[in-house]
Design a protein around this ligand. Structure first.
Ligand code: GRG
Length: 281
């Protein structure tokens, strides 16, 4: 069960900054503030679910999970800045720049990227395939590409373009999480299927994010939703709530069909599908 590993992972994550330069205490305080705030840890959970499906102990992937959570946290810190979404609430607390200022929020995000790559290096040192580094860098790059298309309002003219944005912005890290255990086993037989599953889960995650933003208040979700304020295109603004819910169900069905076609125990990955249909945060 992945839940058995999450508390242990939280402790591990809590300790990753303890040996960093004590002279830069404000920088590391601001990083720790966002990194250790109450996120869902959806991406680490995906990594652990995929690891279990391939008979790998999730602990062997803790450094990959730290790296991905660092990249994800940097993206949230930077996305909340006034130059982008200008949001004030994230993970149930004030956004990084509100507490530490825009200067430190920028630096916190920048440094989280470098720290993330040092955790990927640790994995390679422990024997992971070096291809892990290329796949990780690609997913970080694609996330930013997605963000650039997302702020280009002329790009999102129909739902297929919106899907392209989210396959990059939200889907890139999620795909990486599902596939990364293969860089440990170095057996890539199921790589394409995992990527396809990851694409469907990534889009489903984003559709659910839009549905939750539509249905619940900022206080209930613990984060600001500036999409309507910023006139951002979402699944709801394109096709309405009912069709968005249908599309979500379709993506989850696609993901489950991919799991059924694999000759491994995909129970944990199936629970990720269930989580995506039922989550309320
Ligand atoms: C590099 C500035 C920059 C941005 C990259 C990923 C991203 C683009 C921006 C973050 C904001 C955002 C709404 C992204 C879409 C993906 C998404 C739904 C993020 C929220 O992830 P959760 O719900 O957050 O897993 P927690 O706080 O639970 O970890």
């Amino acid at each position: 069960m992945i839940t058995n590993y999450i508390d242990e992972f939280e402790t591990y994550l809590n300790e990753v900054l303890i040996n960093e330069n004590k002279e830069c205490s404000k920088l590391y305080e601001s990083i720790s503030y966002s990194l250790n705030a109450k996120g869902k840890r959806f991406r680490p959970k995906l990594i652990f679910a995929s690891a279990i499906s391939f008979g790998i102990n999730p602990r062997d992937l803790f450094d990959v999970a730290v790296a991905i959570e660092m990249i994800h946290t940097y993206s949230l810190i930077h996305d909340d800045l006034p130059a982008l979404d200008d949001d004030k609430l994230r993970r149930g607390v004030a956004t990084n720049h509100i507490v530490y200022g825009e200067d430190y929020a920028l630096l916190a995000g920048d440094n989280l990227q470098s720290l993330a790559f040092s955790h990927i290096y640790k994995c390679i040192e422990k024997g992971f395939d070096i291809k892990l580094l290329a796949a990780f860098a690609t997913s970080c790059k694609e996330m930013v590409e997605g963000q650039s298309l997302d702020i280009d309002e002329n790009y999102k003219t129909d739902i297929s373009k919106l899907e392209t944005v989210h396959l990059l912005k939200t889907g890139a890290l999620i795909k990486f999480c599902v596939a990364c255990p293969l860089f440990y086993t170095k057996d890539y037989s199921y790589y394409d299927k995992l990527i396809e599953y990851g694409e469907n889960i990534g889009i489903a995650f984003q559709i659910m994010d839009d549905i939750l933003d539509y249905k619940y208040s900022d206080e209930e979700l613990g984060k600001s939703n500036s999409d309507a304020l910023n006139d951002k295109a979402t699944y709801i603004s394109f096709v309405g709530i009912q069709k968005s819910e249908d599309l979500l169900a379709q993506k989850i069905e696609n993901a489950r069909n991919i799991l059924s076609s694999m000759d491994i125990d995909t129970k944990e990955l199936d629970e990720i599908c269930e989580f995506n249909l039922k989550r309320i945060k």
